[in-house]
Design a protein around this ligand. Structure first.
Ligand code: TYD
Ligand code: MG
Length: 451
């Protein structure tokens, strides 16, 4: 056993502590601190984690350094290339995180098939599933290729040796939480094992120029070390998100040493695996129940991409009569659903959501072709949002005909889109409904703020 010192590391956020505690002092998660061995950097042995420069390195004038050592290799899917920053960078280590079952293995098998389809070789090390299971999945996705080499292995040394020996165009390790280094204590998935393995893969990738993709499961329990423990080590961190019961999957760049960390790629999970969705707004609006009460369309920005999204609300009125009489939302339970399982965090969706709820309480749908853009202040004022031009263009491109925007916003007027500026929620309701109902909580709240 090598000499080591011990600290404690949170399996959720990767924060380090010198002492054990029941609660992580960094992210405040409970029972997530795990013993973490820091191997002493002895002679001939580099410290875990940090990528080491090749031995015998010397300082080089900046002007003599080649701009990009090796060009990126693009995959068949533009959605994947976009999130990677334009393609796969040789020698990079990419962590693909996500909850179990979201589609990480499927996504990476697609990538492997795309590399193999143009004659490249891929090494797929699987510690999660048997070779038969991996073969079955691959067969669902496309023709089986001899260019994909499967290695059923969890031993770190054995995987590294195989990558070195095969020198493939791409290597995939599924998952990092199954890999163990026999030289370290702690079972598979412990922070020590996960970090040591990732550090080794980093050094190997840099040394031989092979890009390595690591799958990392996100768990809520903290029983195994989550991907965040590795975020500082690897070059690129991508998270695959989506509701398992729905089709849409979003691959989100959280960190990228080789590109923007704001990009997203959109995919749909179907019978034959994933498909890329180059025009997500169209897909998101395709099944929209736009003529039903409680539905509104908003435009949110994901990185640089505007997405048209349908928000729905359901207002469960405790006393139906009360609903007919006036709008007393304090007596109601309100359920909000965002189409496609997308998480909206942007305040620009506020106005759409408020209109959706109002439309519900009035039991009448919002007009066809309407999109609502704006943040709501507590006094009912509609506040300006960023990148309005981009949002309006996306709405116009998808055939929406009327946009409510915050008053005073500077934006062009795309052809075919009737743009209406609104100052308050009350104005927005008047603009949205031809015969506005001058009662109800929103109206009263909004009118109070109108000067
Ligand atoms: P998987 O890639 O195994 O998820 P992860 O590696 O993130 O754990 O995907 C598993 C889910 O995807 C599973 O619920 C079944 C579904 N799926 C399909 O719907 N269609 C398909 O063609 C494939 C391969 C998987
Ligand atoms: Mg998997």
């Amino acid at each position: 056993m090598p000499k080591s010192t011990v600290t404690f590391m949170c399996s959720e956020c990767g924060g380090e502590s010198l002492r054990w505690a029941g609660q992580c002092p960094h992210c405040h998660a409970w029972n997530t601190l795990q013993e973490f061995q820091v191997r002493k950097a002895g002679p001939g042995r580099k410290q875990a984690g940090a990528p080491s420069p090749p031995t015998g390195s010397r300082p080089i004038p900046l002007s003599e350094i080649e701009s990009e050592a090796a060009p990126r290799r693009t995959l068949a899917w533009g959605e994947l290339n976009r999130v990677l920053g334009g393609g796969v960078v040789p020698g990079s280590v990419v962590l693909v995180g996500g909850e179990p079952g979201v589609g990480k293995s499927t996504l990476l098998m697609h990538a492997a098939q795309q590399v193999a389809a143009r004659g490249g070789r891929v090494l797929y090390a699987s510690g999660e599933e048997s070779p038969q299971q991996v073969r079955m999945r691959a067969a669902r996705l496309g023709p089986l290729s001899s260019g994909i080499l499967l290695l059923a292995e969890t031993d770190l040394d054995a995987i590294c040796e195989a990558i070195r020996a095969e020198a493939p165009e791409m290597a995939i390790v599924d998952s990092i939480q199954t890999v163990t280094d026999a030289g370290f204590e702690g079972g598979a998935g412990s922070v020590t094992q996960v970090r040591e393995s990732a550090g080794r893969f980093m050094r190997l990738a840099k040394e031989i120029g092979v890009p390595i993709f690591l799958v990392g499961h996100v768990t809520k329990e903290g029983a195994i070390a989550g991907p965040r423990v590795l975020e500082h080590i690897v070059d690129t961190v991508l998270y695959l998100e989506g509701d398992r019961r729905q089709e849409l999957r979003i691959l989100r760049a959280m960190k990228n040493r080789f590109g923007s960390a704001e990009e997203i790629g959109v995919f749909a999970m179907g019978e034959a695996g994933l498909e890329e969705v180059p025009d997500p707004s169209a897909a998101l609006l395709a099944n929209a129940a736009l003529t039903a009460p409680g539905t509104a369309v908003v435009v949110v920005l994901e990185g640089t991409r505007p997405l048209l999204i349908e928000v729905q609300s359901l207002v469960m009125i405790i006393a139906v009569l009360e609903k007919r009489a006036s709008t007393k939302l304090e007596r109601s339970d309100i359920f909000v659903n965002v189409a496609g399982g997308i998480r909206i965090t942007e305040p620009a969706a506020d106005l759409g959501l408020a209109l959706s709820i109002y439309s519900n309480t009035r039991d009448s749908p919002l007009p066809d072709g309407l999109v609502a853009i704006g943040e709501l202040g507590l006094a009912g004022e509609v506040r300006r949002v960023g990148q309005l031009d981009r949002r309006l263009q996306e709405a116009a491109r998808h055939g929406l005909t009327r946009a409510l925007i915050p008053a005073g916003s500077k934006a062009g007027r795309p052809a075919g889109l009737d743009v209406v500026e609104v100052r308050t929620l009350a104005e927005a309701i008047s603009a949205a409904f031809s015969s506005p109902m001058k009662s109800g909580a929103f109206i009263r709240e909004a009118e109070a703020s109108v000067t």
